[in-house]
Ligand binder design. Structure first.
Ligand SMILES: Cc1cc2nc3c(=O)[nH]c(=O)nc-3n(C[C@H](O)[C@H](O)[C@H](O)COP(=O)(O)O)c2cc1C
Length: 196
């Protein structure tokens, strides 16, 4: 196996860890900054750097839970106490939640908002791969809170901006089974340009 085979195998070995299996410790601020270095190389049309990362830990996760609960009550005034309690508890599943947003430059002559969201998504993936490289457990989750205006505003984003997801991070259990992944050949075709 060549070095590049080994690296490709390593990258292919990234897999998510369920949020409620993620335990302390989580990356501290310095470690998170290190893990975000590869995110700065995410493909980025116009070098707009649209990605934003909010580290949410400790009691701030309780406040994020309150934001989720308030948002649910606003969306669904008849929500049950059980549902409200369940959504409030979501951020507490892991010791660190990194909210990943795209700060959108509107009316850009070359880069539509979709491309800026893709760039932020690529940056989030880079964070997941860096976490894998450093041995941290992580998973990217959305659910309706990522698309809710009031959640977005509470996190400091404008209405034009988007949340691309919440990356839950922490220490993964030691015993993990490798997931079987599909054969990439199933997803690849050569397009010759011939008209059918
Ligand atoms: C933008 C985005 C949002 C996601 N949101 C959720 C989610 O809300 N709930 C969920 O179970 N998985 C969600 N996933 C999928 C998980 O991150 C993960 O990929 C999935 O559990 C499969 O695990 P794997 O990454 O090991 O293949 C999301 C993925 C992406 C890219």
């Amino acid at each position: 196996m060549t070095d590049s085979d080994a690296l490709i195998d390593f990258l292919a070995g990234r897999q998510s860890v369920k949020a409620d299996l993620l335990e302390e410790p989580a990356p501290d601020d310095a470690e998170l900054e290190r893990l975000l270095i590869p995110a700065m190389s995410a493909p980025d049309h116009g070098a707009l750097r649209p990605w934003r990362f909010l580290a949410i830990r400790g009691a701030s996760r309780d406040r994020l839970g309150d934001v989720f609960a308030d948002a649910l009550q606003r969306r669904q005034p008849d929500a049950s106490d059980e549902d409200i309690g369940a959504i409030r508890a979501k951020p507490l599943r892991a010791p660190l939640v990194v909210a990943v947003g795209a700060e959108i430059t509107e009316n850009h002559p070359k880069v539509p908002p979709e491309e800026q969201i893709v760039a932020a998504g690529c940056a989030a993936h880079a964070l997941l791969l860096a976490a894998h490289a450093a041995g941290w457990g992580a998973i990217m989750l959305t659910g309706w809170p990522a698309h809710d205006e009031t959640v977005r505003a509470a996190l400091g984003f404008a209405a034009k901006d988007r949340l691309v997801g919440f990356v839950y991070m922490g220490t993964a259990p030691a015993d993990r089974r490798d997931k079987k992944r599909p054969d990439p050949a199933r997803f690849l075709r050569t397009w010759s340009g011939a008209r059918s």
